[in-house]
Design a protein around this ligand. Structure first.
Ligand code: NI
Length: 186
């Protein structure tokens, strides 16, 4: 395993549409290593999700790891790997979260996204799976899957007055957050 270098905004790899993996590729040693490295890189930098283009691999692989209640799932179950994912909006009602990104360090921006989505994908063994995400999870799923289409959260910001450096965000925005506004860190 290895911690990989994270591509930062401005690197062309973050703007490409990532290609799908074949069944053979999904089961390959190379993909297994890529996923392990993505997990290690995400944890090293304190992210709750990461997509392959962020480690300079333009393939349809993303993963999320959201801390849940301590008495809920075990560590392994919090981690979900998405290969060749397809996303469908189930409820387009907008919800706002402050987002951050390992590829856009030190910034936070308020992004409005649909509140409920369904993602169909292949797991690490190539088995088809579906997950429905609401609330915060819906935003995280959309953020990570956007990376596979060459989209960054800054593209989704409607009001650029709600784009701030982390320190200023914590000082001026965090204390006055309204209802329904959460924080999606790096
Ligand atoms: Ni990101």
């Amino acid at each position: 395993m290895a911690i990989r270098k994270v591509a930062r905004m401005g690197h062309p790899v973050l703007r490409k549409v990532a290609r799908e993996l074949t069944t053979k590729e999904i089961r390959s040693e190379e993909t297994r290593r890529l996923i392990q490295d993505m997990i290690e890189t995400m944890r090293e930098y304190g992210g709750i999700g990461i997509a392959a283009p962020q480690v300079h691999e333009s393939v349809q692989v993303a993963l999320i790891e959201i801390p849940e209640d301590p008495d809920d799932a075990e560590e392994g179950q919090r981690l979900t790997v998405f290969i060749n994912p397809k996303i469908k909006v189930l409820d387009s009602t907008g919800q706002a979260f402050w987002e951050g990104c390992l590829s856009v360090p030190e910034l936070r921006g308020l992004v409005v996204r649909p509140r409920k989505v369904e993602v169909s994908y292949l797991d690490r063994e190539g088995n088809p799976k579906t997950i429905v995400g609401e609330g915060f999870l819906a935003t995280v799923l959309q953020h990570e899957l956007d990376h596979l289409q060459g989209v960054l959260f800054v593209d989704r910001i409607q009001d650029t007055k709600k784009l701030a450096f982390l320190d200023e965000y914590q000082k001026y925005f965090l204390p006055v957050q309204g209802e329904g506004i959460g924080d999606l860190g790096d």
